[in-house]
Write a protein that binds this ligand. Sequence first.
Ligand code: NAP
Ligand code: 8YV
Length: 301
Amino acid sequence: MTTRHRVLQKGRLLPGLAGEPDPAAYLAAQGHTFTGLVTSAVFGADAALIEALPSLQVISSFGVGTDSLDLAAAARRGIAVANTPDVLNDCVADLAFALMLDVARGVSAADRFLRRGEWHQGRFRLGQRVSGRRLGIVGLGRIGRTIARRAAGFDMAVRYHSRRPVDGVDWVHEPSLTGLAEWCDFLVVIVAGGAGTRHLIDIRVLDALGPEGFLINVARGSVVDEAALVHALQTGRIAGAGLDVFEAEPNVPAGLLGLDNVVLLPHIASGTAQTRGAMADLVHENLRAFYRDGRVQTPAS
Ligand code: NAP
Ligand code: 8YV
């Protein structure tokens, strides 16, 4: 006999909880009927939602970041939690390089210059070289290592900072984050978000990066002290920034919008048809594995 499972989608992957006119009333009436929850790194699953689903057994999240999932609340109830690691490494790493090249060479700024007709009045300003420069990576996890491998193709010297040196890699571990920022030309942030990394990139790190250094953030907005960053960019304390993520998405500080030394993207690092398709497949596979074997394929930790 086959068992039917009811799976609630937190966000609008297909019509889901977000499409309900009164989500709270819907959960009060129907919450007990769901054994699974599909959500995403952006939509998350907080303790209140988990509590509103008393029969919940499995959460399958679209995305690798777990900062928006209350893992402790899920663990207390013995709920299995899955995310989608690895399948997005390449596209996130590609976008880190897109931001590096764009902000240093002024790709978006030059495009705006041309469209404004300013080429008729003179040449676009000189950019900064990317290849052959120094790349500092904050967080040498799955995506950080993929970024480091890409750097070989650009003849870049690579060092990284994480709480512990990573076994089996040749890149130099820098135990001090400000030391890494002082050393590098491009500081790429790709650590996990959440309380443990909140404002890891603060004014001290930005000052260590200095007026010739570029900050790239493809991790989480919470990792960077955004007010300090805006000030550093406005006053030339760093050269520029490429940002895919912000502290209060989709709100972007007004102070950034008028600056030509920043490239601003709406959280698109994993956003290719191929990668989002692979992430969706893994969300589905995690649910199937759980309902079939009682275990998800890629548990979130
Ligand atoms: P991962 O394999 O878990 O790597 C995370 C790295 O962060 C680890 O190397 C860890 O090393 C380091 N880290 C954690 N806390 C740290 C701290 N306090 N100081 C320094 N390093 C710290 O994760 P991943 O798959 O590479 O993904 C990384 C993050 O990227 C995700 O959590 C997500 O938030 C973000 N992301 C963003 C997008 C986007 O669309 N922009 C897409 C995918 C992922 P130690 O534990 O040794 O310190
Ligand atoms: C996605 C992400 O943008 O994987 C993550 O942690 O932030 C991104 O891949 C997100 O999951 C899509 O909702």
